[in-house]
Design a protein around this ligand. Structure first.
Ligand SMILES: Nc1nc2c(c(=O)[nH]1)N(C=O)[C@@H](CNc1ccc(C(=O)N[C@@H](CCC(=O)O)C(=O)O)cc1)CN2
Ligand SMILES: Nc1nc2c(ncn2[C@@H]2O[C@H](COP(=O)(O)OP(=O)(O)OP(=O)(O)O)[C@@H](O)[C@H]2O)c(=O)[nH]1
Ligand SMILES: [Mg+2]
Length: 447
């Protein structure tokens, strides 16, 4: 923790400017060695960078004396020209001054260790760096701003109050009937249990905003799934032929719909088959569909017959039927299909995916669906499995405490302590190394 680290903070592609950051006790010496006296704190100064006799670049230099820096330590930044050779030369000069290349996430880890951020805020930093859609950006920024921290800290406070009442009941059994004192902890615990339950419902939404809403295209071979995928993706991502059984591998295409990240998957047509490769494709299709948030059952309007059990077994209530190739059938046939499918409780969309703009109605319907599923009380929502796991644990202990309150006050108090620890783990107030390693190792170098 006490050595001084450096790393490029900007990406590797061609860019006008690259930022190299430094943090640790030798940061001032590093600035001195490359750029002379440190500039006024937090003000950019144009300096000639040199190492020994060798000129490196004309660069902007920033000096952040600790603790008022991102990491809380003495820190500095060199904003150099973006050429690879420039960045390499500056990194080499820093190494020869005895600094060490940072591990992924090490700057933010130091910010966490120095109390600048809690763990959910650090995760917000990582998510902001990975944000591809507006919704991901908003969610990550809220988290960086402490939306989750505040919520979990408030809950923790409720538990501490409940614990105080339970401990009073244990310690001063003569004051009143201890059961009466203990019973005062009950309403707070009940309210908290309800709030955690609601947050768990919300958690899956937060995760889908972060990781993407998953949409599976399923159906018989040759129904037009790959054609629909290509139309929505606006490129030839999947092979389309008139041979049934063309698609075998899952083809995942990221799509942004209404500002939300979605993952659209084309899958092998579902049928019984002797072909081992195709059978594996069908197995993967079913597995992906089972995990998806929505399944679109693509149907060839000309070929459909009622008993397509292979496909029906994959569907869930709320899924959609996409009647494709409507250019091949007449209005009577369409009306018949509409009735059959609606009777199955499926939302019906009709299209000719191969025609220009044939998938636009589907795109519009999907957009509304995703926006409705993922928007709403946008924040706060737990955004990672890690959060949900700790929430489940906390709720279990609170439920157990509630059932013990009237009987065994000491056991109830212990459960409330355990619930407090489960919540503290989310913000990193208690920090087993393995949790921290897991969170920070997913960062990029320089963050
Ligand atoms: N050049 C540059 N741009 C950047 C960052 C950076 O480190 N360097 N950031 C890095 O992620 C983000 C900005 N976040 C930052 C957060 C805190 C501090 C900081 O120095 N905090 C001190 C002083 C605050 C103040 O001046 O009022 C502190 O909290 O004590 C700097 C950047 C995005 N842009
Ligand atoms: N007439 C007509 N043909 C279409 C339409 N959409 C797709 N097709 C044709 O149907 C055939 C099969 O299309 P694909 O998209 O490969 O079907 P698939 O469902 O992916 O098939 P598998 O990968 O075998 O499961 C191709 O010849 C397409 O050109 C449509 O709207 N109208
Ligand atoms: Mg296909």
């Amino acid at each position: 923790m006490n050595d001084t680290i450096y790393a490029p903070a900007t990406g590797a592609g061609r860019a006008a400017v690259a930022v190299v950051r430094v943090s640790g006790p030798r940061a001032a010496l590093a600035v001195q060695a490359l750029a002379g006296d440190p500039p006024r704190p937090r003000q950019a100064a144009l300096r000639r960078l040199a190492h020994g006799e060798v000129a490196l670049d004309d660069a902007l230099v920033l000096w952040f004396p600790g603790p008022a820096s991102y990491t809380g330590e003495d820190a500095a930044e060199f904003h150099v020209h973006g050429g690879r050779a420039v960045v390499e030369a500056v990194l080499e000069a820093l190494a020869s001054e005895g600094l060490r290349l940072a591990e992924p996430g090490e700057f933010t880890r130091r910010a966490f260790e120095n109390g600048k951020l809690d763990l959910t805020q650090a995760e917000g930093v990582a998510d902001l760096i990975d944000a591809e859609t507006d919704a991901q950006r908003r969610q990550a920024l809220g988290q960086l701003g402490g939306a989750l921290s505040q919520r979990y800290d408030a809950w923790r406070e409720l538990l501490v109050q409940a614990l105080a009442m339970l401990e009073a009941a244990v310690d001063f059994p003569d004051e009143e009937l201890p059961e009466d004192v203990a019973a005062r902890a009950r309403p707070g615990l009940e309210a908290l249990e309800a709030q955690i339950a609601a947050a768990l419902v919300d958690a899956s939404r937060g995760r889908r905003v972060r990781d993407g809403f998953r949409i599976a295209l399923v159906g018989s071979p040759n129904a037009g799934k790959s054609t629909l995928l290509n139309a929505l993706a606006e490129r030839d991502a999947a092979i389309v032929t008139s041979t049934p059984g063309t698609t075998r591998d899952i083809i995942e295409v990221p799509l942004t719909l209404g500002g939300y990240k979605t993952l659209l998957a084309d899958t092998a047509g579902l049928r019984e088959t002797e072909d081992a490769i195709e059978a594996e494709g069908v197995r993967r299709a079913r597995a992906w569909a089972a995990e998806a948030d929505l399944r679109l059952w693509v149907i060839d309007a000309a070929m459909f017959h009622v008993k397509q059990n292979n496909e029906l077994s994959v569907l869930r209530s709320g899924d959609w039927a996409v009647v494709n190739k409507i250019d091949l059938v007449d209005a009577y046939r369409l009306e018949e299909l509409r009735e059959i499918l609606a009777a199955q409780g499926l939302k019906v969309i009709e299209m000719a995916a191969r025609k220009p703009d044939g998938a636009e109605e589907a795109r519009a319907a999907l957009t509304s669906h995703v926006v409705e599923a993922l928007s709403g009380a946008e924040f706060p929502a737990a955004t990672r499995i890690r959060h949900a796991e700790s929430l489940v644990e906390a709720r279990t202990y609170i439920q157990r405490a509630l059932s013990d309150v009237g009987l065994e006050v000491e056991l109830a108090a212990e459960d409330v302590r355990l619930a407090t620890r489960a919540l503290s783990r989310i913000t990193g107030r208690i920090d087993p190394e393995d949790v921290l390693d897991r969170v920070f190792s997913s960062f990029c170098i320089g963050k």
